[in-house]
Design a protein around this ligand. Sequence first.
Ligand code: FMN
Length: 277
Amino acid sequence: MEFMQVCGLRRSIRFYKTWQPVEREKIQRILEVVRLATTCPGNLQPWRAIVVDATKLDPKDRDLLLSWDNYQGAHRTAPIWIYWFANVEDGRPQAFQKRVHELMDVGALASCHGWTHEAIDAAIEKGEQAPEGMPQISMLHNMPQEMSLIFARSETVGACAVACLAAVNEGLGTCLHMAANADKVPELKKFLKVPDSWEPVWLQLVGYPAEDPEAGGQRPRYPFEQLFFEGQYGRPFARDENVVQELKREGLIRTPAPKPERFQELRYLAQMFGFPV
Ligand SMILES: Cc1cc2nc3c(=O)[nH]c(=O)nc-3n(C[C@H](O)[C@H](O)[C@H](O)COP(=O)(O)O)c2cc1C
C-alpha cells in the first residue's frame, strides 16, 4: 500500500472478524518491519514482543488475559494479541556503549564527527565530557535503573507506532491497549514467562476489521496550527492549502468522524457481536 494511504487509513479498530484468521506470514511481516524501521537512541532496540493467537488459547487462559484488560470489547473480538515489552537491560549504559561501538564499526557514526571508541568508553564509564561533535553521552554515566526503564519504555512506544502502520499495510485492523492493570503486571509476566527485566508497554490487537476500515472516519485531531510552530512558539507553521489538497488526493487526509452512517453501523455491529445495543 502507498505510505500516505497506510497513514490515512490507520484507525483504532474495535470490532474484528472473529471468523477470519490472520495469516501467520502477515504477523511476521509486521515484526520484520518493526525490527528494521524503528529508530531509537544509540540503537538500543529495547522492544520485545510475545504474539498470542487468541483463537488457540485455552478458554480459561483467554478469560484471564481478557480480565486483566477489563474485558474490553475490542480485545474480545481480536484474534491476535501482541504483547509489547520493554527490556530494561537494553536501556542500561553498558548496552548503549556496546550498541554505539557497533554503529561506529558499521560506519553509521563517523569519526569525522568526533566519534571514537575511546571517547565513548570515557564518557560512559568515567563521565568524561564527550568531544565536540558527539552527543553529551556522559549523562549515561552511572545512570539509575529507573532512567533506563523510562528509555526502554518510551522507545518501545515508537516500535508500537511502527507496528500499527505495518499492520494497516497488510490490510489488517489494529488497536493498542493497556496490557494489564498495574496490579496484574506480575501475573501477566508470569503467564507469558517473560524475563524479570521485561516490562509490559502496550498490547496490540490485530485482526481483520469487522467494521468498515474507515471506522466512521478520521478521529478528531487538534488543529494543525495548535500543534506545529515555526522558529518559536506562537508562530504557527504556515499550512499550504495546495499541500492539503495533494494529501487528500494521496489518501492521508480523509473524511473526518463521524461519517453519516456510523451510528447505524455501530448498532449493527453491537447486535452482531451480542454487545448491548
Ligand atoms: C498507547 C495507546 C493505548 C490505547 N489504549 C486504548 C484502550 O485501552 N482502549 C481503547 O479502546 N483504545 C485505546 N487506544 C486508542 C486511542 O483511544 C485512539 O488512538 C484514539 O482514540 C485516536 O483514534 P485513532 O487511533 O483511531 O486515530 C489506545 C491508543 C494508544 C496509542
